[in-house]
Structures are given as structure tokens and as C-alpha cells.
Design a binder for this molecule. Structure first.
Ligand SMILES: [Zn+2]
Length: 259
């Protein structure tokens, strides 16, 4: 999600309030419930008015009853191109503005999604998304976790419970909180919940502040070390990996204890 927040800020600073002159769909695979022709017809002549992020979804308002929904999948990104700048080969949808600049939705692996929707709240209800990871309050977090059984990592990844935390950041949050990813949620006491809640805020906000640029993320984070033969940046021991919550988790068995 830090990436999505970063794209939101990028879109806001480059692409708002300009008339959309054309939409070029280079690969309609990323379009959901809308044809290339309809996407173009409904956006042409309109403007992106503002944007709103919820979990990993970015909603861009076009009018009272029309929003563009972008989901970036694994490899999606936005790139604003000035005049002669060449669009990336893997740009799937390109919005051309009246000033001849373009906004490209680039997505190498095509897990991303581009859709037109009429009602953001209804979309969120239909998807059953949980609280946004940056907006959830501590009491909501505590109430939500209090009802859960299972590994804490699986809960962090469950978008129906808490929306916006992906696999890498879930590992980072647990590392920061000194908590083993397989810790059974029902064993967490108030002080553990507080630590975990603070870790979510800290990791996501820090990543957003650094524009989710992996090269700028602190070396003390797990992210840059999570690979075979990777060592814990805190204690120097070998990191371990295991499948937890259906995803590969990296952790330090020494620094992250099961509770
Ligand atoms: Zn360690």
C-alpha cells in the first residue's frame, strides 16, 4: 500500500484538472468490466478531479458518478510523460491530456486492474474490505484482532480484516514489532497489540515518506535482506523463511519470538 499512496500523490501532483484528450488502451487485459472503447468514450473530454486511496485501491474521481479505479497488482505503476518522452513498452493504458502530456499505467506482469465504477462506497462494501491500515484506530484494531484465530501474519494479509498490507510490508511490520509471523493471534495481550499497531503505522508511514523507494528504505529493515543467505540486520543471524498465511515469510527466529 505505501506504493499506492505514493502513486496517489504522484497522480495528484501531475495529472489533476487537465482535460483528457484521449485514452489509448495498449493491452485490454488489465481492463475490468469495461471495454477499451467504453473507457475512452466515458473519459474523453473529462478531467481527473481528485483521488482517494483505500487499501491497495486508488480511486480517481471523474464526476459525481464516475470514478476510475486503479489497482497496481504486483508490478503496476504510474508514469507521467512530458511531450516527446517515450512510454514504457509495458504501458497498458495511456491517458493523453490536452496539454499533450500523458499518464501511463504501466504494468509488466499484468496483475493490475483498470475499471470504471460509479460508487466507491458500494465497491468497498461489495469487496468486503476491512479498515484501511492507516486509518484504523487502536480500538478498532483491538476489536478486530480480538475475534481472530490463526497466525498473526495471515491476519495482517487478510484484506477483509485490514486493507492495504502486502506480503513484504507484513514481514517488515512483524520484524519491527519483534513478533514471529506464526504467532497465534488469540495469544496477543494488550501490550503486544499496542506494539503491533505502532509497527503498522511506523512501517507504512516511513515507507510513504520515502516514496516507497526500496533503495532509500533503511538498511536496518528486513526488506533489503530477505533472500537466501540473508542475515538479520539486527543480530546478524541467518534469516529464515516459511510459508505462513499462504505466502513466503521472512523473519529472524532469534529477534522475533512466538508469543
Ligand atoms: Zn535477528
Amino acid at each position: 500500500m505505501p506504493e499506492v499512496e505514493t502513486f496517489k500523490r504522484y497522480l495528484n501532483s501531475t495529472s489533476l484538472h487537465q482535460r483528457i484528450a484521449n485514452v489509448a488502451v495498449q493491452d485490454s487485459y488489465v481492463l475490468k468490466h469495461v471495454s477499451a472503447r467504453e473507457l475512452t468514450r466515458r473519459l474523453k473530454g473529462r478531467r481527473f478531479e481528485k483521488s482517494h486511496r483505500y487499501g491497495k485501491h486508488l480511486f480517481v474521481r471523474v464526476s459525481d458518478e464516475l470514478w476510475l479505479r486503479l489497482h497496481f497488482g504486483m508490478t503496476g505503476s504510474l508514469e507521467y510523460l512530458k511531450h516527446e518522452e517515450i512510454a514504457p513498452k509495458t504501458a497498458r493504458v495511456i491517458f493523453r491530456f490536452a496539454n499533450n502530456c500523458r499518464l501511463a499505467f504501466d504494468d509488466q506482469r499484468k496483475f493490475g486492474e483498470v475499471e470504471l465504477i460509479e460508487d466507491v462506497d458500494e465497491f468497498l462494501r461489495t469487496r468486503g474490505l476491512g479498515f484501511d491500515a492507516l486509518k484504523i484506530s487502536f480500538s478498532q484494531f483491538k476489536a478486530m484482532l480480538g475475534k481472530q484465530r490463526g497466525a498473526v501474519k495471515a491476519i495482517l494479509l487478510n484484506q477483509q480484516l485490514i486493507a492495504g498490507i502486502g506480503n513484504l510490508y507484513a514481514d517488515e511490520i512483524l520484524f519491527y514489532a519483534h513478533m514471529h509471523p506464526a504467532t497465534e493471534a488469540s495469544r496477543l495481550r494488550d501490550k503486544d497489540l499496542t506494539r503491533l499497531f505502532r509497527a503498522i503505522r511506523y512501517v507504512l508511514e516511513k515507507a510513504i515518506a520515502l516514496k516507497s523507494d526500496f533503495n532509500r528504505l533503511p538498511k536496518s529493515w528486513l526488506l533489503t535482506h530477505r533472500e537466501k543467505r540473508g542475515r538479520c540486520p539486527r543480530c546478524g543471524r541467518a534469516l529464515k523463511s516459511a510459508t505462513i498465511g499462504g505466502r513466503t515469510s521472512w523473519f529472524c527466529a532469534h529477534c522475533q519470538k512466538r508469543i
